[in-house]
Design a protein around this ligand. Sequence first.
Ligand SMILES: Nc1ncnc2c1ncn2[C@@H]1O[C@H](COP(=O)(O)OP(=O)(O)OP(=O)(O)O)[C@@H](O)[C@H]1O
Ligand SMILES: [Mg+2]
Length: 173
Amino acid sequence: MSIDLSSINKKEYAVIMKDIVKQFPKVLANDHVNFLVKKGEVHSIIGENGAGKSTLMNQLYGLYTPTSGDIFIFGEKKVFRGPGDAIRSGIGMVHQHFMLVDTLTVAENIVLGSEPKSGMVFDLKRARKEVKELSEKYGLFVDVDAKIEDIPVGMQQRVEILKTIYRGQKFLF
Ligand SMILES: Nc1ncnc2c1ncn2[C@@H]1O[C@H](COP(=O)(O)OP(=O)(O)OP(=O)(O)O)[C@@H](O)[C@H]1O
Ligand SMILES: [Mg+2]
């Protein structure tokens, strides 16, 4: 179903996905989907396996390009060519299949990609301290020195959430 965006103030919405169509070679995964999120809102998208939930979110994260439709962040039209573009727009994603490095520790995974450095060198001490503080601030307990491969799935999910917060992402999906 199409929506008329002329009647709403686009700037009031953190995220607007408008008339999103994603056609894979054999499957129409998203058929004119509209998804609007205001600042501070929490939404759940529910649907059976293969309904197209991950496909929709992957377009918001720049992993897929919509076949048609538009994405607006606080009223500004965005074209994401990759996750880097989405991250720069403040979007954080906790993937259904976690994207953590099994052989690294919790702290190392959280800072990976935005590591604290002293000079040119990775500052592990600072990383551990920052991650500990963040984990306490948000009540998301993690063992910063445990390896990802040794911790349960629920803890891995916390690590993914802390990673997006560490990067300073504004929206979490
Ligand atoms: N890269 C792709 N290439 C082709 N088809 C795809 C691709 N990704 C997803 N699909 C198809 O698109 C449809 C929607 O898949 P999607 O993964 O978005 O569903 P979902 O709602 O996330 O399901 P689940 O609850 O199982 O996670 C499915 O039919 C799936 O097979
Ligand atoms: Mg999915």
